[in-house]
Design a protein. Structure first.
Lengths: 188, 697
């Protein structure tokens, strides 16, 4: 009985891993663990929670688990098809809080590279906002205390850029944006 | 005995006498590798001071090096060395072209071709393996490059590769280029061919290049090299977020993504996500049409193209049907500044990257590449625009000539203007065509350009020699500035930019820089420069040496060297020993990275010595290595070395020269190589000759 239960658990873990690899490899997206509660899988929550314990190791070391701190929802992805940084961005997008997603992304880019972020970035995968949603999110950012370090300016091409003043100054951000928008094409 | 890498023979042709003979490559040029190395050596030994670019005594040297034709990735480029007609005075320099000509020359059994003299009538040179013949070109003379290429291929066979000049080169327009493969041009030297009455060199080779390494070793090495390749200019991250990519950078030339196509292919080809571990998708990474010409160009992209044995494919093949209304073919190929003709017009009616700009680009490409007009890295457009906008043109042209130029079309942003503009230059029509074809240094003097021409807006770097900036302070602060001071034309050096703008976060770049230069302080955040230090001097020198190494091996300096790679599992580390690994495997002559860098240093110093001899002064620091005022003064309201600007500090830049000269083993006061340095590099005879001329520090 114990052996059969173990085999069943392993079979479920493999089943989940196959689906995660498919989603990551061909679609570049996260797989919600809750998906396996529904048909055709129809698994119980406890079974799923147990199955994911084997991820990140052995034959399933490519499968990684992410938890959305706000909703508590669990997501899975497979490397190298989806890398950790992209998975984090996908998770931000799953959070359905575009201003927070934008602010988090802008802070990361301002501190890491460092560079300002062109707002049209959020129209692309993995963010996938619509034009109107982006515009309204940029408006919401302006009035919110949580995002008061996020500043914006317009490049000479009219593109709206964002940066976090924790990591970048306006002159530096402007200079970098002008390079990307205009000058790089004149300096090939 | 089998020779590996090199074919072992250099072809020599004297067009004055018709004599054709052979030299042994390794006997005479082994210490100089190939291409620019051979070129500078020949120029030093055979072209004394006082010879002009268009004199029969001048030489023009075409060549690749041991790697060309071997299948080494990005190893298809050719350097052409001679006296530059555009520099004032006419000093040594090289033009570079890709395509397949250099590989074909190697297949024909030749490492280089050295031309001297002047034919009594127009000729072209036919090289078909060992059969070399000077042929009558009177029926080709007067034709453009497209026709000349087609005619020669009709005679030699469709596999032949042709390097030719157009009407501009025939007329010894200083701003003339040499073209091969209809889209690969070598700047500035078309007039030298024209002065020798040499229309073209056609090459057909049926041989092969022998590689010392066994097949398995060679395949393993090539796959290793490919595994570290990024996209054009060694961008190692994509321009948009991709599932596999930890990082992205909006300026990256790795533009591939789902939903981005070669839109004019039938059926359209999606570039896709291009995971770097999938080497078979490497050729899709660089959808360069959308980078060079804007998003509209996606729909006109047939495919990407490139040089022999290059997996990167940075040349764009376009089909723009609406360009036909201007009387040119819809089909056009080129890349980067090769599209310069379209920018002859400053403002297009539908914006800087609209449809009219794309049409203008196609028109400009055909005019420039068929007539064979060079752009001096885009400066010819700015020379014209400055003269027009400042009112100078109205003063220097006769009323009749001024009225004959369709400025109304320029103002409207019509591509028709470009046809008129480039034709006048190619055919030296009137004062307008003649003067603009003389190149920036001469037209600025002739027409009395004001000091404002040497401000930031007009891009000029060295006003004496007449060339613009090329990855200067805007790409690496002091490092880019130093690099831009070293040549007699725009600096064709990309070693620094291939790392500086690879797209990785600054922290990773600093870690990688520390491994190569001893400290992360060799590199600054983009547009946030720190004061000069010794590690930046090392970076600048290393960049220049690698440029010479790449031109002489050859490897494409628009890709190499690779301090960085796209591979996270390597910590994004590239491999700066690739050059020595490829060289050793191909030739069987095992040389370390340091040993090859020493050869590169020899070549670089020989170029310096040629410049000193040509300028008849050792005062390089004062007379040659110039930094324009705008690099210190623009923008007016910003402090030097402050965030967001490329503004240098005068005192700091002097320190940069001190450190750089020290790193090079050059005299600090003059910037000339010391005798000790020249002897260390095996250039004792060069030191002796300079000493004799009073040109040693």
């Amino acid at each position: 009985m114990v052996e059969k239960a173990r085999e069943d658990k392993m079979a479920l873990a493999d089943q989940i891993a196959v689906r995660v690899r498919e989603d990551s490899g061909s679609l570049g997206k996260l797989t919600a663990l809750a998906l396996f509660l529904d048909e055709p899988y129809g698994r119980k929550e406890e079974e799923l929670n147990e199955a994911i314990l084997s991820f990140g190791e052995g034959d399933r070391r490519d499968i990684h688990v992410l938890t959305d701190a706000n909703s508590g929802r669990i997501y899975l992805y497979a490397t190298p098809h989806v890398c950790a940084a992209y998975a984090d961005s996908l998770l931000l997008a799953e959070g359905k809080n575009p201003p927070a997603m934008i602010a988090e992304t802008v802070r990361r880019e301002s501190s890491l590279y460092p560079r300002p972020t062109a707002s049209p970035l959020f129209l692309l995968p993995p963010y996938g906002l619509g034009e109107e949603e982006l515009a309204s999110s940029l408006e919401k950012l302006k009035g919110c205390k949580d995002f008061e370090d996020i500043k914006s300016f317009e490049a000479s091409t009219g593109v709206i850029y964002l940066y976090s003043e924790r990591y970048l100054t306006l002159p530096h951000a402007r200079g970098l944006a002008e390079w990307v928008e205009v000058e790089q094409f004149e300096n090939q | 005995m089998t020779t590996y890498g090199w074919s072992g023979k250099v072809l020599r042709v004297d067009l004055s006498t018709g004599r054709i003979w052979t030299e042994k490559t390794l006997e005479k040029y082994r210490d100089y590798l190939g291409a620019t190395g051979i070129g500078y050596k020949v120029m030093w030994d055979e072209v004394p001071t006082g010879v002009g670019a268009f004199d029969p005594e001048n030489r023009i040297i075409f060549g690749g090096g041991p790697l060309i034709g071997t299948g080494s990735p990005c190893g298809g480029r050719v350097a052409i060395t001679s006296l530059l007609p555009t520099s004032l005075p006419e000093l040594v320099g090289s033009g570079h072209m890709g395509g397949h000509w250099g590989s074909e020359l190697k297949f024909a059994g030749w490492d280089a071709v050295i031309i001297q003299g002047k034919a009594a009538k127009p000729v072209w040179l036919s090289i078909s393996d060992d059969a070399v013949e000077i042929k009558d070109a009177r029926s080709l003379w007067g034709n453009g490059i497209y026709r000349a290429t087609a005619e020669i291929c009709a005679e030699m066979g469709p596999e032949a590769q042709v390097a030719a000049i157009g009407q501009a080169g025939e007329r010894q327009v200083r701003m003339a280029c040499i073209m091969t493969g209809n889209s690969h041009s070598a700047g500035g030297l078309g007039g030298v061919m024209g002065s020798k009455n040499l229309k073209a060199i056609g090459v057909r080779g049926t041989g092969s290049v022998k590689i010392a390494a066994n097949k398995r070793e060679w395949k393993r090495l090539v796959n290793y090299v490919l595994s570290l390749a990024g996209s054009n200019n060694q961008w190692v991250v994509p321009s948009t977020p991709q599932p596999w990519a930890e990082f992205h950078a909006p300026g990256s030339r790795w533009t591939a993504r789902k939903g981005l196509y070669w839109g004019a292919a039938n059926p359209p080809v999606e570039t896709g996500t291009c995971d770097p571990r999938d080497l078979n998708s490497m050729g899709y990474r660089c959808q360069k049409a959308v980078f060079d010409l804007g998003p509209l160009a996606e729909q006109f992209t047939v495919r990407m193209d490139g040089c022999h044995s290059c997996p990167i494919r940075c040349h764009i093949q376009l089909s723009v049907p609406s360009a036909e209304r201007y009387g040119v073919s819809r089909f056009a190929a080129n890349t980067c500044i090769g599209w310069w003709g379209g920018r002859a017009i400053k403002k297009y009616p539908d914006g800087p990257r609209g449809m009219t700009f794309i049409e203008g680009t196609v028109v400009g490409k055909h005019m420039a590449d068929d007539y064979g007009v060079w752009c001096n890295y885009g400066q010819i457009n700015r020379d014209f625009q400055y003269a027009y906008e400042s009112g100078i043109l109205k003063k220097v042209l006769s009323e009749a000539e001024f009225k004959s130029i369709p400025f109304d079309l320029y103002e409207k942003g019509s591509p028709e203007f470009i046809k008129d503009f480039i034709r006048r230059i190619a055919f030296r029509e009137g004062e307008f065509g003649f003067a603009l074809g003389e190149g920036t240094a001469r037209v600025a003097k002739r027409w009395g350009f004001g000091r404002d021409f040497y401000g930031f807006e007009w891009n000029m770097w060295n006003e004496k020699l007449g060339f613009p900036k090329h990855h200067s302070v805007e790409n690496g602060g002091q490092v880019g500035a130093l690099i831009n001071t070293q040549y007699n034309r725009d600096a064709q050096c990309h070693s620094h930019i291939n790392f500086y703008a690879c797209g990785l976060p600054l922290g990773i770049q600093k870690r990688l820089a520390a491994e190569v230069f001893g400290s992360g302080d060799a590199i600054d955040a983009f547009r946030n420069y720190t004061p000069m230090n010794a590690f930046k001097a090392k970076f600048a020198k290393w960049s220049l040496l690698r440029k010479e190494l790449h031109d002489s091996l050859p490897l494409c300096n628009w890709m190499f060297p690779w301090i960085a790679s796209p591979l996270k599992e390597r910590g994004y580390k590239g491999d700066t020993t690739i050059e020595s690994q490829l060289y050793s495997a191909v030739t069987g002559d095992r040389k370390s990275e340091a040993e090859l860098d020493l050869i590169a240093e020899r070549i670089f110093n020989l170029h310096r010595a040629l410049t000193i001899r040509g300028m008849k002064t050792k005062e390089m620091r004062k007379e040659h290595d110039l930094v324009p005022d705008w690099a210190y003064d623009h923008p007016r309201d910003a402090k030097p070395l402050s965030p967001g600007v490329d503004k240098m500090d005068r005192e700091d830049m002097q320190r940069a020269f001190d450190l750089f000269y020290q790193e090079c083993g050059w005299d600090r006061a003059t910037g000339a190589p010391t005798g000790e340095t020249l002897r260390r590099l095996g250039l004792a005879s060069v030191a002796w000759e300079l000493e004799k001329m009073g040109l040693m520090p």
